[in-house]
Design a protein around this ligand. Structure first.
Ligand code: AMP
Ligand code: MG
Length: 317
């Protein structure tokens, strides 16, 4: 996308979905709702369209994109699925699991999507609007989070416009994202080993248990390594962020967890799932407040708490 464009905000009804599909087929950029966060989508088979994503986000070219597909059949055209990968897809798709797999040489995918890697990251999302767009367009869609690279991810259409108004063609508004955290990324290697590259909404304990049952393996070794795009500083709210804060200091916007007494609470009921859904909205509110600094109360390092703490640590750098 070059120069300034008018960004159309469309309701996620039949007409809005049809218009999003038309734009995407024509190689344009559209913000789309998913159950994790809002994505900035372009057709993944069109190098010019994909370059537009990197430009609009100011994203470094070495950070590859996740390709969203309508189903397992579509995914199998793009990557080689081992038995274990197929079982994982059958168990967790549609849903917030991205699989990094060996890319098929003949896959019709723009080179910059995979940033030169021999692998490709694939996900079948569960959001009904995103699924309609994928099915009606008949295209694989590259879709990173619809924000400026390195800043807080968007969980509603307003957040998308805050970053990308005038830089993308449209955003499809389907209300707030349900999960609110980016997908769990798992690499399945040709030797069958499994690595978690990014913690996400799937509770790791549940994941390991399902993985054990899905694959019938006696034990599952998950090693934790960084995906190329997992930069140390990410999700930044643009203000100093203090972690593990037990009380507010002067000038701080205080985000609490289950205790109240701050400027906003991630989950009054103390639910980590709710905290996941609300984290980015609270960080956006904090970023827009008049307070010059942000403090966040401690969150337990268990279940999705791992993903929340991962995002907060990067936001604080
Ligand atoms: P985002 O789209 O902003 O949620 O970021 C996508 C994440 O997926 C980045 O951290 C990438 O590094 C990671 N990713 C995408 N493709 C691959 C791949 N082929 N291998 C490893 N990580 C990947
Ligand atoms: Mg992102």
């Amino acid at each position: 996308m070059s120069g300034k464009v008018t960004t159309e905000r469309m309701a996620a009804d039949d007409a809005g979905i049809r218009q999003a599909v038309r734009l995407l087929q024509a190689g344009r950029l559209v913000g789309l709702p998913t159950e994790t966060v809002y994505g900035l989508a372009a057709r993944a088979d069109d190098e010019r369209a994909v370059q537009g994503i990197y430009r609009a986000k100011g994203r470094p070219g070495f950070n590859p994109l996740i390709v969203h597909v309508a189903g397992l059949k579509e995914a199998e055209r793009l990557a080689a699925f081992s038995d274990r990968a197929s079982e994982l897809a059958q168990t967790f798709w549609p849903g917030p699991l991205t699989l990094v797999l060996p890319r098929r040489k003949e896959a019709n995918i723009a080179p910059s999507v995979t940033a030169g890697l021999p692998t490709i990251a694939l996900r079948m999302p569960a959001h009904p609007v995103m699924r309609c767009v994928l099915e009606q367009s008949g295209l694989p869609l590259a879709a990173p989070s619809a924000n400026t690279s390195g800043l807080v991810s968007p969980t509603c259409a307003e957040h998308v416009l805050r970053f990308l108004d005038g830089r993308i063609d449209a955003v499809l508004d389907a209300g707030p994202s349900e999960q609110g955290l980016e997908s769990t990324i798992i690499a399945v290697r040709p030797d069958g080993s499994v690595e978690e590259l990014r913690p996400g909404p799937i509770d790791p304990a549940a994941f390991k248990e399902k993985l054990r049952r899905a694959t019938g393996a006696g034990s599952v070794s998950t090693t934790f390594v960084e995906a190329p795009g997992q930069l140390a500083s990410h999700y930044a709210p643009g203000k100093p962020l203090r972690l593990n804060a037990h009380a507010r200091r002067e000038g701080e916007f205080f985000i609490t967890f289950g205790t109240g007494g701050g400027d906003c609470d991630l989950s009054p009921a103390g639910s980590l799932t709710e905290a996941g859904a609300r984290l980015y909205a609270c960080l956006h509110t904090a970023a827009l407040s008049e307070k010059p600094r942000i403090a966040v109360a401690p969150l337990p390092e268990e279940g999705i708490g791992r993903a929340l703490n991962d995002r907060l640590r990067r936001a604080a750098r």
